[in-house]
Design a protein around this ligand. Sequence first.
Ligand code: BEZ
Length: 335
Amino acid sequence: MNYFMNQSSNSFAPRFCLALLFLVLSPCLSAKTLRIGLITPPPHIWTQAAHRLAADIEIESNGRHKLIVYPSRQLGNEAQMLQLMQTGALDMAILTAAEVSNRVPQFGALYTPYLAKNISEAAQVLRGQVAVSLLELLPEEIGVIGLGYGMGGLRQILSTIPVSTLDDMRGRKLRITPFEPIKDFYKLAGVAPTPMPLASVYDALANGQIDMLDMDLELILKLKYHELSHTLILSNHMMFPAVAMMSGRVWIRLEEDDRQLIARLTAKHMAWVIDQAVLEEDAWNNDVRNLGTDLKILQVGPEFFGDTAMQWEKIWVPKAAVISALQTELANEAR
Ligand code: BEZ
């Protein structure tokens, strides 16, 4: 199933420029129509949250404000959307914290392997003070206002070839979301990480360009990657946060009441995303186990990856000192 626009960079460049021109010239920016961009397809919970937010903004502002939702990277990839927000040409986005970590390495801490033991702990991390305080870095570092976290399901591995141990994966091409913490994780595990945007994954899997992919259960099921696969490794090795944000340039042009309204409603709907991811993770687990296909399921824990997580921390603790604060916060909450 392909919910995405054609990803050829040749055809994308003119469309991106047109979108940029349209956004810059649009009178909506100074008026009351805001735009929010995402890379996720329509059925995804982040996109659903954006639509709920849009409905609430219109209702609670008595029709003074409108929010138009652009899913499936219609406004560009995450790097491009971030750039558009920095210029003020795009108002809002819900982006992966992965893209944010490419600019603000402290966000890499959220990808510490096995930081959260399960989806409820992942939610706890994102609701905690340490993660929330990371959002305060965004205006200064990249010119956007962080309005709250959402998240996807925990990361799993889907393989077109049979896998029983990490040795079966060594040297194989494994699709990753393009960001450094996950790249380091697989490099250390001896797998060949292959950065690739979400929109290219189905075709790459179908034409044998990749042997495996790093993904969450929601998208495995909704985009039907499992139909092209042999083994699903339920590893839960990382959480996958989203960050809702607004352009700093747009933010300063809003009246204080409007800022409060947008901040409150965005926080509400991002909290819904986290609740939903927690609620659905069990159902997604059941669904993949009951597909009625030949998909082999391998449930593994941290030991599957040997000392990869420990080696990963050696690289990332110096870049993202907040890792130990996240670990301490979780440990304190467990007491
Ligand atoms: C991915 O790149 O795997 C991804 C991106 C956005 C939401 C979920 C997954």
